[in-house]
Write a protein that binds this ligand. Structure first.
Ligand code: COS
Length: 382
């Protein structure tokens, strides 16, 4: 639902205040504890953040893609781990259900997803199916009115908190690639489902990824999402949307880092002057600002096209490619502007440098985005 300008500004202002007053002061605490305090999660739920993209009829805010991206940019101005807490509910964990779910499936789960009572995860990746996500080996074998799932998923965001997984599993072993894969809505309390320990990661402490194991999990046929054999396409369409959201987060983090670098450069004196007065520092600020503006424009333009009903597979991948690479360069320059302090944990800049590294990998590596952009451009003939 497109908000009018005033409602949109109110929402963005509320999120902006929440980020600066509640989240930024505890960034270090969250990173050290590798956990987001429960009261902060409760505040996120009360603000409606878990339901940004859920239709109003099911209790969500039903934001347009453009408005969702604007909110994601605001949330990018703090540790990305905070966004990850509700990010799966807004994106990859819920959108298969929103786009392809039956009325009964939506009525059963979406209201709880919108409030955050139910956390969701997207279970596509496996040990042998990363970029080649059509190579899913987890099996789903139909036995009467259930599918029996066996296999394991890897690096699944929020798996340790999820009450519902969207699982891609192979229903047709004879079919090669994605065409033999189907999608399933799998509640975490079904017997045979287990979740591994959170992995130790390079960054984004407070956000967790775990393996998920299916050992003879009996999933009712009515939990299949979309037609049998359509699971790969469900996943790809969910990712098209997710990639745009991630692009927006990258823009937000870049804007935060530029602001921090500018503040530091104005205060820090060397050779008798603030380092902001030096042209070599200014060049880094100019490059970062220019690239962040370009990523913002591409992301929001693509979001508007999606809202208008256009296919944006190419543009969403281009935005993800550009924005995630851009924020990597911006974080690198921020460390450089901070100098020695940029390498010291107390300043938080090295933490962002580590945090942003995953943006170039998850929801499709930069190389996968290049493949998609090239393939679509060739198809379009330019
Ligand atoms: N929207 C709708 N349908 C799509 C689609 C999209 N964005 N992308 C592909 N499809 C369809 C194709 O049209 C094709 O359909 P037909 O069989 O009817 O022709 C089918 O899906 C297979 O597509 P394709 O041949 O392009 O599949 P590939 O195996 O070559 O995979 C890539 C393509 C590499 C792009 C895909 O596997 C991918 O995105 N990998 C990365 C996955 C990822 O992001 N993982 C991160 C983990 S989730 S956090």
């Amino acid at each position: 639902m497109p908000f009018d300008a005033e409602t949109r500004e109110q929402l963005l202002d509320t999120v902006r205040r929440f980020v600066s007053e509640r989240l930024r002061p505890i960034e270090t605490q969250v990173a050290e504890a590798d956990a987001i305090p429960d009261e902060i999660l409760a505040e996120m739920k009360a603000l409606g953040l878990y339901g940004l993209s859920i239709p109003e009829a099911y209790g969500g805010l039903d934001l347009s893609m453009e408005d969702e991206c604007l909110v994601a940019i605001e949330l990018g101005r703090t540790s990305p781990a905070f966004r990850s807490a509700f990010g799966t509910n807004v994106g990859i964990g819920s959108q298969g259900l929103v786009m392809f779910g039956t009325e009964a499936q939506k009525a059963r789960w979406l209201p709880k997803i919108a409030t955050g009572e139910l956390v969701t995860s997207f279970a596509l990746t496996e040990a042998e199916a990363g970029s080649d996500s059509g190579a899913v080996q987890t099996r789903a074998v139909r036995e009467g009115d259930v599918y029996v799932l066996n296999g394991s998923k890897r690096y699944i965001t929020n798996a340790n908190k999820a009450g519902l997984f969207t699982v891609m599993a192979r229903t047709n072993p004879a079919a090669k690639g994605g065409s033999g894969v189907s999608a399933f809505l799998v509640p975490n309390d079904l017997p045979g489902l287990s979740v591994g320990k959170p992995e130790k990661k390079m960054g984004q402490q407070g956000a967790h990824i775990c393996d998920v194991h299916f050992d003879g999990v009996r999933v009712p046929v009515e939990n299949r999402l979309g037609a049998e054999g359509e699971g790969f396409k469900v996943a790809m369409q969910v990712l098209d949307r997710g990639r745009l959201h991630i692009s927006a987060v990258c823009v937000g983090v870049a804007e935060r880092l530029i602001a921090d670098a500018v503040t530091y450069a104005k205060e820090r004196k060397q050779f008798g002057a603030a380092i902001a007065s030096f042209q070599l520092i200014q060049a880094m600020i100019a490059d970062s600002k220019t690239e962040a503006l370009a990523a913002r424009a591409l992301t929001l333009e693509t979001a508007r096209h999606r809202d208008a009903g256009c296919g944006v597979t190419l543009e969403a991948s281009a935005a993800k490619l550009f924005a995630s690479e851009m924020v990597g360069r911006v974080a690198d320059r921020a460390v450089q502007i901070f100098g020695g302090a940029g390498y010291i944990a107390d300043y938080g800049i090295e933490r962002f440098y580590r945090d942003v590294r995953i943006f170039r990998i998850y929801e499709g590596t930069s190389q996968v985005q290049q493949l998609v952009v090239a393939r679509e451009t060739l198809k379009r003939g330019g």
